[in-house]
Design a protein around this ligand. Structure first.
Ligand code: APR
Length: 348
């Protein structure tokens, strides 16, 4: 783990293996296939000649020759014929078989292009979904790092409907930091006054009135009779690391379930676990908030522990708010959207 989406030329990826979107003969072609053969040099074609071709949906492995990658895994994607000819299953098999070969060859990192989405015509958003779902399934039982490499300016990795939906949400919520329109001033006054629209049913929060504040925030309900003042005060002093571990316990999750769901590397999690004063990046905090399925106010509380806030003058923050307020806690889907809007990704 984890799954990392990058924009790059796959021939430049310094991984144990890169995957080639090849044709059945395995004897080279255009697109990513041509680029890989050019960068690897003639030795690759020579080895490919000895392989006897490859069936659609299957994969074969060779050396990487002049590439930075040690191996090339050649897989043949389906030609898109409208979706009713088993294309999805064949594409899923390309990813699954390539991952299986990578594992058999002790690869710790592997990079995929978006198979079938060029000459073979598979719609990009759908192909991307298949790629992510298959890799995500594989990573449940593997510590491999898997890259999905998007080439050039390709951006529509989320469906057009979701893209439009998020765009609308951004337009409705985006606040230009320098404009300070009347509506925004009203919103701030409301915040300072108490109830916030996103905190349906939740108690107001001490220290949370101003979004840019880094004051520790503790729900007022924690000062009720059930929990003692002492306990609530303990939580004020709690560090990010301590809060994270407490929340994992409260949610009944294991550490591994949580860091995997957050798309966070095991080593990074160990560092956070062993260092009470660990200072995480904002993208790391959000990944954990998502993995723990925190609501917006809990997410803000966790961010504050690390000195961050959610603001309506940041597209990244609004996209996060979109997913949390829609109850969508799938880190991979969130990253697809962030990627499509050219924002930093969470977790990783
Ligand atoms: N790095 C990463 N991705 C790339 C690169 C590159 N250098 N070059 C192209 N791509 C992307 C394309 O943008 C596309 O999204 O790879 C994806 C797959 O496109 P194709 O290479 O056309 O592969 P595919 O659709 O699977 O068609 C395979 O094309 O070149 C022939 O021999 C190949 O017949 C086979 C067919």
């Amino acid at each position: 783990m984890p799954l990392i989406i990058v924009r790059n030329d796959i021939t430049k990826m310094n991984c144990d293996a890169i995957v080639n979107a090849a044709k059945n003969s395995l004897l080279g072609g255009g697109g990513v296939d041509g680029a890989i053969h050019r960068a690897a040099g003639p030795g690759l074609l020579e080895e490919c000649r000895s392989l006897g071709g490859c069936e659609t949906g299957q994969a074969k492995i060779t050396g990487g020759y002049d590439l930075p990658a040690k191996h090339v895994i050649h897989t043949v994607g389906p030609v898109w014929q409208g979706g009713g000819h088993g294309e999805r299953e064949l594409l899923r098999s390309c990813y699954a078989e390539s991952l299986r070969l990578a594992e058999e060859n002790s690869c710790q990192s592997v990079a995929f292009p978006l198979i079938s989405t060029g000459v073979y015509g598979y719609p990009k958003a759908e192909a991307f979904r298949v790629a992510v779902d298959t890799v995500e399934e594989f990573l449940k039982d593997s510590d491999m790092t898997v890259y999905i490499v998007v080439f050039g300016r390709d951006s529509l990795l989320v469906s057009q409907k979701r893209f439009a939906d998020i765009q609308q949400f951004i337009d409705d919520n985006y606040v230009d930091e320098h404009s300070d329109p009347l509506e925004e001033r009203r919103r701030r006054l409301n915040l300072a006054g108490g109830w916030r629209s996103d905190r349906k049913g939740a108690a107001p929060t001490v220290g949370a009135a101003y979004e840019s504040s880094v004051l520790p925030s503790v729900p007022l309900s924690q000062f009720s009779e059930e929990s003692s003042l002492e306990e609530a005060l303990k939580q004020i002093d709690e560090s990010f690391s301590q809060m994270l571990l407490r929340k994992i316990d409260e949610k009944g999750m294991t550490d591994a379930q949580c860091y995997k769901k957050a798309n966070i590397d095991r080593k990074l999690f160990s560092k956070i676990r062993s260092d009470v004063h660990y200072r995480p990046k904002k993208t790391t905090v959000i990944a954990f908030a998502v993995a723990l399925e925190l609501d917006l106010s809990e997410t803000r509380d966790m961010l504050m522990k690390a000195g961050f806030a959610l603001s309506h003058s940041s597209k990244f923050d609004i996209i996060i708010e979109y997913f949390i307020s829609h109850g969508n806690y799938n880190v991979f889907e969130i990253n697809e959207a962030l990627f499509s809007f050219d924002q930093s990704l969470i977790g990783q």
